[in-house]
Write a protein that binds this ligand. Structure first.
Ligand code: PEP
Ligand code: MN
Length: 339
């Protein structure tokens, strides 16, 4: 349940209700809005008598929360979550662009791409150093050497870096180099990994699983939030359907739905969502029009030479053109896309 405090409730009254909730064996999560404080009750709240809580001083009412996700839910946190990531902010009025190659392939390739995407208007640099590949014979990424190259690119361009972490053991290593920890679609329900990034001191970009429902995505976000990390970015990257012309089916519905159900920022990946470079720009435009807070896009200076996902990677000039059209769409939906 959530406990809605009166708008003039004192700090002592809020603390008193929170203490009572804890005494009854649940956890109290405070969400302080400009109007009033909301206390989220986490745990087995069936043991708590709502009439008893409603009699406490400063309490306006209690509301049952029927959905299984709590901390991720907008009921608990009515305002949008907006948080800083090394100099930029996500979840607010400004759209955040993340771009770069699928994988870090070499120092030259990454530094060249980083400069080009930055010049085109990207705010964050993407690039995988640990790659979850369908085949064990495919390029698996450069590992720590790739992370070092990403850190060098950050230092040269000033862009924060987002990169994938594939196992709980890798979290400390990836955390030393990355600004945002990416949880790949294949690992969305790797609960040990969600627990580990829940304890990390970095924002997390959580990608929707290939065959996962929106509720399952939000439950995975709940794992991270419940382990103490409040900086979770949800990422719609397409799901598997019967369609074979595209790699995945980008679920545009997920964008407004996630924004309604949750306060967390929502980013769309039109590269994996479509699988074809010539579908990336239209899908990206649709995502911004639908209310996404940002995009993550694969860009490669020579897509035909890419070691992974070349067919869905944009050339830097095409990425630059796309960003210009997105600026116009952003304004149409009362957002901005700053250089
Ligand atoms: C990626 O971002 O390169 C990637 C592997 O994405 P996903 O986990 O969504 O397939
Ligand atoms: Mn990829």
């Amino acid at each position: 349940m959530i406990v809605i405090m009166r708008h003039n409730a004192s700090t002592a009254e809020v603390a008193n209700v929170a203490a009572r909730i804890e005494q009854l064996g649940c956890q109290a999560h405070l969400s302080e809005g400009s109007e009033r404080t909301i206390i989220g009750v986490i745990g087995n709240d069936r043991a708590i008598d709502k009439a008893h809580i409603e009699m406490m001083s400063g309490v306006e009412r209690t509301v049952p929360v029927l959905r299984p996700f709590k901390l991720a839910s907008r009921d608990f946190h009515p305002m949008d979550s907006v948080f800083p990531i090394n100099g930029i902010s996500i979840g607010g009025k400004e759209i955040v662009m993340m771009a770069g190659p699928c994988a870090v392939e070499s120092r030259e390739q990454l530094l060249e791409t980083a400069e080009l995407v930055k010049a085109a208007g990207s705010h964050v640099l993407r690039g995988g150093a640990f790659k979850p590949r369908t085949s064990p014979y495919s390029f698996q990424g450069m590992g720590e050497a790739g992370l070092r190259i990403l850190a060098e690119a950050r230092q040269k361009t000033g862009m924060p870096v987002v990169t994938e972490v594939m196992s709980p053991e890798q979290v400390p290593l990836v955390t030393t180099y990355a600004d945002i920890l990416q949880i790949g679609a294949r690992n969305m329900q790797n609960y040990a990994l969600l627990h580990a990034v829940g304890e990390a001191q970095r924002p997390v970009l959580l990608k929707r699983g290939l065959m996962s429902t929106i509720e399952e995505l939000l439950m995975s976000a709940e794992y991270i939030l419940s382990h103490g990390n409040q900086r979770v970015i949800l990422c719609e990257r397409g799901i598997r359907t019967f369609e074979t012309y595209t790699r995945n089916t980008l679920d545009i519905n997920a964008v407004p739905l996630l924004k309604q159900l949750s306060h967390l920022p929502v980013v769309v990946d039109p590269s994996h969502g479509t699988g074809h470079w010539n579908l990336v720009a239209p899908a990206a435009r649709a995502a911004i029009a639908a209310g996404a807070d940002g995009l993550i896009i694969e860009v490669h200076p020579r897509p035909e030479e890419a070691m992974s996902d070349g067919e869905q990677s944009l050339r830097p000039d095409r990425f630059a053109e796309l960003v210009e059209t997105l600026r116009i769409i952003a304004v149409a939906v009362d957002r901005t896309l700053e250089p």
